[in-house]
Design a protein around this ligand. Structure first.
Ligand code: FAD
Ligand code: NAP
Length: 338
């Protein structure tokens, strides 16, 4: 498919922009709205199935979003992202439906290449906002594809409250802080929560582990893995689980299964050029979105392993825009903080 733009930039022109945003989830679009309203003519690369997601990001893969403020009756994920996009366009953001596949952050202006033009002369930008998001790791279990979002989820905070999980037995897979947090959260809705831990100990911090183990609505199944997700064709109703020591398999009837085995930040593009933590998340100066390279900002899930919510992503997108705007203004006025 030919790359699409909203008409402002002929594809053959080698662009230079004051600010380029890479990524089209809540973080990228919020940054775009602020920057466009500041007359900085942002260019947003929304990706073409980048990192496995359609333009609009992770929320395009879900149904009801009930915790995004401003929508008291909830809103469908794809519809919410259409609105984000519409708002970016309204103030003059140039949206390009391509994936940025190569980037050079070693000197300013920064250079980057579109996927379709990797061997071409690069386009350039004074500042860049990385808002490429993340994706939840999956296990690839038998039945997983059939029941994904029909009983299986990777976000208890997003999906835990839906009616199919109310007063039903639920399971969480994982032994880290996320698993502890998600299992504890799910006890508000489920009748009981089983936590499948593949080893005989938790990875979670002591305080989180204690909270998990002391909750009477939670049972930890040690040395246990899932082998298959089963259901009635529409909804999940059973997990086949295995004791890794004995090899013994059995049924665990549950209506909900929540993966908490970690996320993969979409940082392949920049991992060798920006400081990242051991899990690949971009490190930012605390309280800001400034990365280890001046002029490069990171917003959304790509720099947040803790909250990973649409609203927190949007919030950090706003921060990135304001910080980029400030840097551009300072540099235009000849102020150099270094
Ligand atoms: P993402 O939404 O991850 O989007 C990043 C985008 O950037 C993607 O479209 C990707 O294709 C694009 N991209 C990546 N690399 C490139 C590149 N090189 N070039 C161009 N584009 C690129 N949160 C809530 O608050 N409430 C919920 O109810 C909720 N439900 C969820 C349900 C599901 C199934 C999932 C998976 C997540 C849910 N979340 C929910 C979490 C929420 O979706 C994320 O926290 C949020 O979308 C993160 O936003 P982001 O802007 O960081 O990036
Ligand atoms: P994590 O710490 O990497 O833990 C992942 C867990 O999933 C581990 O117990 C791991 O088991 C298990 N796991 C991984 N692959 C698996 C597989 N294939 N099958 C079964 N189990 C598997 O990830 P996280 O819990 O998402 O935490 C990420 C980071 O965010 C951590 O730094 C964490 O401290 C932080 N965080 C903090 C809080 C908080 O403070 N409240 C909340 C959430 C997250 P093994 O232990 O055997 O490897």
């Amino acid at each position: 498919m030919a790359p699409l733009t909203n008409g402002k930039v002929p594809k053959s022109t080698k662009m230079h922009s004051k600010v380029v945003i890479i990524g089209s989830g809540p973080a990228g679009h919020t940054a775009a709205v602020y920057l466009a309203r500041a007359n900085l003519n942002p260019v947003l690369f929304e990706g073409f199935m980048a990192n496995g997601f359609a333009a609009g990001g992770q929320l395009t893969t879900t149904t009801d979003v009930e915790n995004y403020p401003g929508f008291p009756s909830g809103i469908l994920g794809p519809e919410l992202m259409d609105k984000f996009r519409e708002q970016s366009l309204r103030f003059g953001t140039t949206i390009i439906t391509e994936t940025v596949s190569k980037i050079d952050l070693s000197a300013r202006p920064f250079r980057y290449w579109r996927e379709s033009e990797e061997n071409d002369v690069p386009e350039t930008a004074d500042t860049i906002i990385i808002a490429t998001g993340a994706s939840a790791k999956r296990l690839g279990l038998k039945g997983e594809v059939t029941y994904w979002q029909s009983g299986i989820s990777a976000c208890a905070v997003c999906d835990g409250a839906v009616p199919i999980f109310r007063n039903q037995p639920l399971a969480v897979i994982g032994g880290g802080d996320s698993a502890a947090e998600e299992a504890t959260y799910l006890t508000k809705y489920g009748s009981h929560v089983y936590v499948l831990v593949r080893r005989s100990e938790l990875r979670a911090s002591k305080i989180m582990a204690k909270r998990l183990m002391n909750n009477p609505k939670i049972t930890i199944l040690w040395n246990t893995v899932a082998t298959e997700c089963q259901g009635d064709g529409d909804l999940l109703n059973n997990l086949r689980i295995k004791d890794v020591n004995t090899g013994e398999e059995r049924d665990l009837p549950v209506r909900g299964l929540f993966y908490a085995i970690g996320h993969e930040p979409a940082t392949a593009l920049v991992r060798s050029q920006l400081q990242t933590d051991p899990d690949g998340y971009i490190i930012t100066v605390p309280g800001t979105t400034q990365t280890s390279v001046k002029g490069v900002f990171a917003a959304g899930d790509v720099q947040d392993k803790r909250y990973r919510q649409a609203i927190t992503s949007a919030g950090s997108g706003c921060m990135a825009a304001l910080e980029a705007e400030r840097l551009i203004a300072e540099e235009e006025e000849g102020v150099d903080e270094d």
